[in-house]
Ligand binder design. Structure first.
Ligand code: EPZ
Length: 421
């Protein structure tokens, strides 16, 4: 296990370059299995979730190699249907996209249930609802999901999701791209990474329209061909660095972003008092004076992302006045980090879906433990803003989703180092 040691109090200044979007690339990489050929995916973050997913794809006999620091070439010519290695599948959450990819390519899938951050119950009933609607028989055990074509075969279908689900929307798109007939997903997720997957599939010859709206149409095609595609910048990584500047103070140019994707975050940080300037592909964040309290409710895109809940909570913890933070996607997400922040002097009272955060002048360094990816990111931000030294343990969670974090924060003037325990 490893930990980060942070000496707080340094202003953050300079430039940070955002990597490719984790939640886009973990959907795009399984999509390469839909073709028998070669795909080149650019702007791929070298993070543990990606490395595990590439090993899962290798376990299906695909040839996978990094052609440079951020480009992956995947040759699926020799791929044959088999069960992805369960030891790898259970190490991350997005491995469940192998279900949609294998069902779409081979008409069947036998995949272990995923692992990953367990800050909340993360059911897959909407994924199963989609597979059943597409004509599959689905058998679920405590460890596996087994999906086979039903007696009437696989076919396009109209699927109305009961919950706006990123994962279910992705899995249905992967399953339906090569399926005969038209599939319509209603109440679909609209996140930038859904649009990125649809753009990649269309680059390979799929016929998907409506991605980014709540209704996505997929006209199944006979065959897809290999393609080269660059993943969009990571909205949540960018938001994390922006929140760090607001919490620790400073003046940072966040580069390689799509400002439109950041609006839901930019508006809230501006409300707190940050001075934010948007350029074509970068955003400058300046925070000099005191921050104002705000009220935030997390919502599916284009609302304020649940994956930024923990990070904005740290900003609230050192703002003037009483802020309110309501979680509408994962009710139990607060418990991944609020207790740790309280050990650093934060004044947070959780009541059901809402946390009331009373700003204090200063957080105080302490030894804290990350319990999931974004909770860990928030504790790092708290450490940067706090007086004294903070040790964040279990940072393997953080390294699942943040590429070269130590290097990027160090370049901004932070005092942060990684220690193997
Ligand atoms: C994706 O998770 C992201 N992960 C999560 O980011 C993110 O928090 C989440 O979307 C919401 O934006 C990846 O993209 C790999 P959902 P996912 O299905 O797909 C309920 C991070 O930090 N639901 O959109 O698992 C569910 O319980 C990670 O990068 C069902 O009820 O989320 C939740 O309340 C953490 N049944 C809501 O829908 C289902 O079958 C949204 O979940 C599926 C979901």
């Amino acid at each position: 296990m490893a930990k980060y040691e942070i000496v707080g109090g340094n202003r953050l200044e300079g430039n940070v370059v955002i990597s490719g979007a984790k939640n886009a690339v973990v959907a795009i990489l399984p999509a390469t299995l839909l073709v028998q050929g070669v795909c080149r995916i650019e702007n791929v973050p070298n993070i543990s979730d990606v490395r595990i997913l590439l090993d899962i794809i290798r376990s299906l006999k695909a040839k996978v190699r990094w052609t440079d620091d951020s480009t992956v070439e995947i040759d699926t010519t020799e791929v044959e249907y088999c069960e992805p290695d369960p030891k790898l599948v259970t190490q991350m959450r997005a491995s469940y996209y192998m279900m949609g990819a294998l069902l779409g390519r081979y008409g069947q899938a036998h995949v272990a249930l995923p692992g990953g951050c367990n800050f909340a119950a993360r059911p897959i009933d909407q994924h199963v609802k989609g597979f059943l609607a597409l004509g599959a028989d689905v058998t679920e055990t405590d460890d596996f999901v087994d999906i086979k074509a039903g007696p009437d075969g696989l076919h396009g279908a109209r699927i109305s999701l009961d919950v706006v689900s990123v994962g279910a929307t992705v899995n249905i798109m992967l399953a339906a791209a090569l399926m005969e007939g038209q599939t319509i997903i209603e109440n679909a997720a609209k996140e930038p990474h859904i649009v990125d997957l649809a753009n990649f599939l269309n680059t390979m010859g799929a016929r998907i329209s409506g991605a980014g709206t709540d209704t996505i149409k997929i006209k199944g095609v006979e065959k897809l061909h290999g393609a080269t595609y660059a993943v969009i910048p990571d909205q949540i990584e960018a938001g994390t660095y922006m929140a760090a500047v607001v919490a620790a103070g400073g003046d940072v140019l966040v580069q390689n972003v799509i400002p439109k994707h950041m609006e839901c975050i930019t508006t809230r940080l501006r409300e707190m008092g940050a001075r934010i300037t948007e350029y074509d592909d970068s955003i400058r964040v300046v925070r000099d004076g005191p921050m104002r309290r705000i009220t935030v409710k997390t919502m599916p895109y284009p609302g304020f992302p649940t994956d930024m809940q923990a990070q904005i909570c740290v900003c609230m913890a050192i703002a003037n006045g009483i802020s309110r933070l309501t979680e509408s996607v994962y009710e139990t997400r607060f418990f991944g980090y609020c207790t740790e922040l309280q050990h650093m002097g934060a004044n947070i009272v959780i009541n059901g879906k809402t946390a009331t955060v009373t700003g204090t002048d200063q957080l105080v360094g302490n030894t804290v433990t990350a319990k999931d990816l974004r909770a860990g990111a928030a504790l790092i931000i708290a450490g940067l803003a706090a007086e004294g030294t903070t040790t964040v343990k279990n940072i393997h969670y953080v390294e699942r989703g943040y590429e070269r974090l130590i290097e990027k924060f160090t370049q901004l003037g932070a005092s942060i180092r990684r220690i193997e325990e």
